[in-house]
Design a protein around this ligand. Structure first.
Ligand SMILES: [Zn+2]
Length: 484
């Protein structure tokens, strides 16, 4: 039974889907005005692992990840996030490009990073600019129901009409009043109200017609429009980085529930920030790492993936180059181990004494406990240790290796690690191996030697081991091993 820590209730809750066998997931995607950084990658890994584990359990998952290509505003420190410039527009002006060109460029970067990180693509990546009518419809409903009000072409959500406002973030209105740096807007009734629609100044590039003004949507309404459009009024799982909790997700809950009259999200899943060398990432500290920075230092995206899998999403991860080294060497260990198992699995014995079931149970127990990937990985590391000891004593058999490989394949559908050099021995080679084995059994050593040469010519090497066993591997790997 899968338990997930729900940021809304602050408890671990048993996962129960709305529709049996199906899961709907919404992921707050990138605002495409800058490169994807390590913190973003970490927060996109969380829904990827969760989605993979749902699929491992047999669920059919529909995952929607939006592309914010308008309306995410510049001043992050302003708690209500509804003043300042559009980030994409600002960049467009800086780089003398159109907003669409900026959005496309950074969306391509985002897609490439996700691909390299082996983050499975969402079923759909809706763009905010393509969903303006849906946003206008929800805003219209909110005004009709008196949750929102219009003044001078601007529309705001009145948070005093929604008593649950602040439940997700723990921000009460009183706290907000005292603590938050709220941006004044002359048309707001309450300083903590947030914008649903803003009238565009003349020079604004991205603007649309609406019943209230020629303007543009607030950031929060985008996600409500796109999530309900593709997943319905109530969603199983909604994820995001911890910086999305307030005001973004708080606002999403308020406006969506008031518009639909239904519960918006059953499980809120958030990923904590990542620090670099113990400090917050920031442009001024020059530690705003991208995937490219990691690769330039000679690490593979998969080593980064392994590093991210080795920490819990609810704890702050401290990224260091030392930790990257560790991840790189762990990845190599896994890689070598799988290659050894593949080689051993080609031997023809039928015995097996390796108990894989207990490992599988422990893997699932770890994942069921709020997606504890570090613990799930440690289960596999233990398996490797046990198998390597048996291997040294020559008591690990081909059948054991087959079982281990099948287990790895299954759990790696969740970890999502692409191993380099992982090979499947072609059937043609396996047939020749079988012939050679028969020849050897019949003590026809001339034929057996000829077949061995033939196999080598095709790029594979047979190594005879104890107990009349043998393993087969690609010649390049054999060479690699000889070199130590
Ligand atoms: Zn969002």
């Amino acid at each position: 039974m899968l338990y997930l820590h729900n940021s809304l209730t602050k408890k671990k809750e048993e996962f129960k889907p709305i529709n049996p066998g199906k899961v709907g997931m919404y992921v707050c995607g990138p605002t495409v005005y800058d490169y994807v950084h390590l913190g973003n990658i970490r927060s996109y890994m969380t829904p990827d692992i969760l989605r993979r584990y749902f699929e491992y359990q047999g669920y059919e998952v529909r995952l929607i990840k939006n592309i914010t290509d308008v309306g995410h505003l510049t001043d992050d420190d302003i708690a209500q996030g509804d003043s300042g410039e559009d980030k994409i527009e600002k960049k467009a002006v800086q780089e003398k490009k159109t907003p669409a060109e900026i959005a496309k460029f950074y969306e391509d970067d985002f897609r490439e990073v996700e691909k390299k990180m082996n983050i499975l693509p969402a079923q759909y990546f809706p763009h905010a600019t393509a969903h303006i009518p849906q946003m206008i419809r929800i805003i219209g409903t909110l005004i009709e129901k008196s949750y929102a009000y219009e003044k001078n072409g601007n529309v705001f959500f009145d948070v005093t009409k929604f008593p649950e406002y602040g439940k997700l973030s723990g921000n009460t209105l009183e706290n907000l009043e005292v603590g938050a740096r709220l941006e004044e807007h002359p048309d707001k009734r309450n300083p903590w109200d947030f914008a649903l629609w803003l009238k565009a100044p003349k020079e604004h590039l991205l603007k649309w017609e609406s019943p209230w003004s020629i303007g543009y949507p607030g950031w929060h309404i985008e996600c409500s429009a796109m999530s309900t459009e593709y997943l319905g009024d109530t969603i199983d799982v909604h994820t995001g980085g911890e910086d999305n909790i307030f005001p973004h997700h708080e606002a999403e809950i308020a406006q969506t529930q008031c518009a639909t009259g239904k519960k918006y999200v059953n499980y809120w899943i958030h990923t904590r920030h990542l620090k670099v060398d113990g400090v917050k990432m920031s442009k001024s500290k020059n530690n705003f790492y991208r995937l490219k920075d990691i690769e330039d230092k000679g690490y593979s995206p998969m080593a980064l993936r392994l590093l991210l899998l080795s920490s819990l999403r609810q704890t702050q991860l401290n990224f260091t180059w030392k930790a990257m080294d560790q991840a790189k060497s762990n990845l190599q260990r896994i890689n070598d181990f799988i290659l050894n198992m593949e080689a051993l699995s080609t031997s023809q014995d039928t015995e097996s004494g390796f108990d894989i079931d207990s490992y599988q149970k422990r893997f699932e127990d770890a994942m069921d406990d709020d997606i504890n990937t570090p613990l799930a990985l440690s289960v596999f590391y233990e398996l490797m240790t046990e198998a390597n000891i048996l291997l040294m004593k020559s008591s690990l058999k081909g059948q054991d290796a087959k079982k281990i490989l099948a287990f790895w394949k299954r759990i790696n559908s969740v970890f999502g690690l692409e191993l380099h050099g992982q090979v499947e021995i072609p059937q043609e080679i396996l047939d020749l191996v079988k012939k050679r084995e028969n020849a050897r059994k019949n003590k026809d050593f001339q034929t057996s030697d000829k077949l061995r040469d033939e196999i080598e010519r095709l790029g594979y090497i047979i190594e005879d081991t104890k107990n009349n066993n043998f393993i087969i591997k690609p010649a390049r790997d054999a060479k690699h091993n000889d070199a130590g």
